[in-house]
Design a protein around this ligand. Structure first.
Ligand code: SF4
Ligand code: SF4
Length: 121
C-alpha cells in the first residue's frame, strides 16, 4: 500500500492464508509416533487373568475384553464374533491396562484374521 493511499490492502483469500495440512496415515491422519527402546519392546511374560475388570473400564467401545480374551485363547472365534469382536478397533487400551500383561489386542487381531480366513474358505 502506498503512503497516503486511503484504501487498506486487500487481505489474501482465506485458503491462501491457511497452512496446508500434511496428509499422513490415511483418512484419520497420524496422531503420534511412539519410539521404544529394545528393553521396552522385549516380550514380557503374561499371567492368568485376575478378573480385575480394568480392561472393561478401558475399552472405548464397551466391549468385554476379558471374555473376548478367554474365547480367543480357546480359539472360539465364532463366539467372539457373537460378542462383537467386529467392533474392536484394536486400540490396545485393554492390553495396556491389563496387570496380568495378557496381549489382548494382539489376540483380537489374530482372531479377526482367523475369522476372515474362515469366511473366505
Ligand atoms: S483393543 Fe478392542 S477390546 Fe481392547 S480396548 Fe481397544 S477396542 Fe476395546
Ligand atoms: S485387565 Fe487383564 S486381568 Fe484384569 S480382567 Fe482384564 S484380562 Fe483379566
Amino acid at each position: 500500500m502506498a503512503v497516503g493511499d486511503a484504501r487498506p490492502a486487500r487481505a489474501p483469500a482465506r485458503a491462501a492464508r491457511l497452512p496446508r495440512r500434511p496428509r499422513l496415515g490415511g483418512p484419520l491422519g497420524t496422531t503420534g509416533v511412539v519410539v521404544l527402546t529394545n528393553a521396552e519392546v522385549k516380550p514380557q511374560e503374561s499371567y492368568p487373568c485376575v478378573h480385575c475388570g480394568h480392561c472393561l473400564d478401558a475399552c472405548p467401545v464397551f466391549l468385554n475384553p476379558q471374555l473376548l480374551g478367554s474365547l480367543a485363547r480357546m480359539e472360539r472365534y465364532e463366539e467372539m464374533e457373537q460378542n462383537h469382536l467386529a467392533d474392536c478397533m484394536l486400540c490396545g487400551s485393554c492390553s495396556y491396562t491389563c496387570p496380568s500383561n495378557i496381549p489382548l489386542s494382539q489376540l483380537f487381531a489374530l482372531a479377526k484374521a482367523a475369522l476372515k480366513k474362515l469366511k473366505a474358505a
